[in-house]
Design a protein around this ligand. Structure first.
Ligand code: NDP
Ligand code: GDR
Length: 337
């Protein structure tokens, strides 16, 4: 029999790519989905399996990271071989507006899941989606030994989740790992994160549907990688003999301004004709520069990035143009890469 996994945050960017990866490896995948008043499973539509389908390998369950009892019940019933905790309020700017909620779901949610594993007494491995945002103000390059200095409620919550994961490993011998992932993007990236906001705007401006793009700090430096490659690293971390923590990054970074220029140029446009500043998109405290050193992941996981950010920008522009064309033609299809 194949392995089974439970993914929190299965409806998000990474959750959808990880599900595809695990299904391709013969896993049965269980996903934790939170209740929403409208459908929130769009990224999974192309692989969805209905409840009536015999022998289905993708099963969705309603629960929430804020509901510890639901997590215990779910884990006790499913007894998955692996758990991937990808669920979070993951938007840094929004975390300043909803700090307690972010702390509860993104930070305490990780602890609830760890405690649910311990309390249900099951033998499972757990991956915690830690973040380069934990490094915050500490200058690059950042690796596993770099001190944390978070700059947002989101960053603080991720630091809590990180140490909770280390603590459950040390205190209870849980196979618990932290993947410290730097920014990773794709055509499935949420529309309000900077890369997708830009590539989506490029497509709309090109089609004559949008005149301006309002942005915040263009000087921020980020190390953007390609999400499907990053979920492969998550899986590899749980296949090792010993639990450990790993940085996953490309090591190549650009400014938001450079990303803008590359994305607009890919569509034959000059970004400075369209982009304007709006302080609304600035943050009370900014993370100036993140550039990761993933040599440990390369050495121990055999993981290496292939797509660097300029190519990624072009891929995302192409995907957004194709998606918009399909929407305008009334033949909308998901762009899967
Ligand atoms: P997304 O924002 O695309 O997805 C977040 C997921 O969490 C969604 O499935 C969302 O559900 C779910 N979620 C939100 N609140 C709750 C809750 N209360 N209970 C259960 N689930 C909830 O994030 P990504 O896929 O980009 O990232 C995955 C994880 O990795 C996150 O934890 C993120 O913080 C972390 N991370 C991401 C990086 C990146 O660059 N993408 C880098 C480093 C870390 P819904 O669809 O209903 O909103
Ligand atoms: P980040 O990603 O905060 O790094 O967190 P985001 O794409 O939101 O911002 C990147 C940088 O761009 C600057 N910026 C803007 N950002 C947004 N969203 N909108 C704008 O208009 C804008 N203008 C400038 C930001 O100030 C920032 O410096 C992401 C999330 O996926 C986290 O969950 C994850 O942990 C980290 O990446 C690693």
């Amino acid at each position: 029999m194949g392995k089974s996994a439970l993914i929190t945050g299965i409806t998000g960017q990474d959750g959808s790519y990880l599900t595809e990866l695990l299904l391709s490896k013969g896993y049965t995948v269980h996903g934790l989905v939170r209740r929403s008043s409208s459908f929130n499973t769009e990224r999974l539509d192309h692989i969805y399996q209905g409840p009536q389908e015999p022998g289905r390998t993708l099963v969705l369950h309603h629960a929430d990271l804020s509901d510890g009892v639901a997590l215990v019940n779910l884990l006790r019933d499913l007894r998955p071989d692996e758990v991937y905790n990808l669920g979070a309020q993951s938007h840094v700017r929004v975390s300043f507006d909803a700090p307690l909620y972010t702390g509860d779901v993104t930070g305490m949610g990780a602890m609830r899941l760890l405690e649910a594993i311990r309390a249900s007494g099951i033998d499972t491995r757990i991956y915690q989606a830690s973040s380069s945002e934990m490094f915050g103000a500490t200058p690059p390059p950042q690796n596993e030994r770099t001190p944390f200095h978070p700059r947002s409620p989101y960053g603080c919550a991720k630091v809590f989740g990180y140490w909770a994961t280390v603590n459950y490993r040390e205190a209870y011998g849980l196979f618990a790992v932290n993947g410290i992932l730097f920014n990773h993007e794709s055509p499935r990236r949420g529309e309000t994160f900077v890369t997708r906001k830009i590539t989506r705007a490029v497509a709309r401006i090109k089609a004559g549907l949008q005149e301006r793009l309002y942005m915040g700090n263009l000087d921020a430096v980020r190390d953007w990688g390609y999400a499907p490659e990053y979920v492969e690293a998550m899986w590899r971390m749980l296949q090792r003999d010993v639990p450990d923590d790993y940085v996953v990054a490309t090591g190549q970074a650009g400014t938001v301004r450079q990303f803008l220029e590359t994305a607009f140029t890919a569509a034959g446009l000059d970004w400075s004709d369209y982009v304007r500043f709006d302080p609304k998109y600035e943050r009370p405290a900014e993370v100036d520069a993140l550039i990761g050193d993933a040599s440990k992941a390369e050495e121990l996981l055999g993981w290496k990035p292939r797509v660097m950010w300029p190519e990624l920008a072009r891929v995302m522009v192409e995907a957004d143009i194709a998606q918009l064309d399909a929407e305008l033609a009334g033949t909308a299809v998901r762009i899967d890469r």
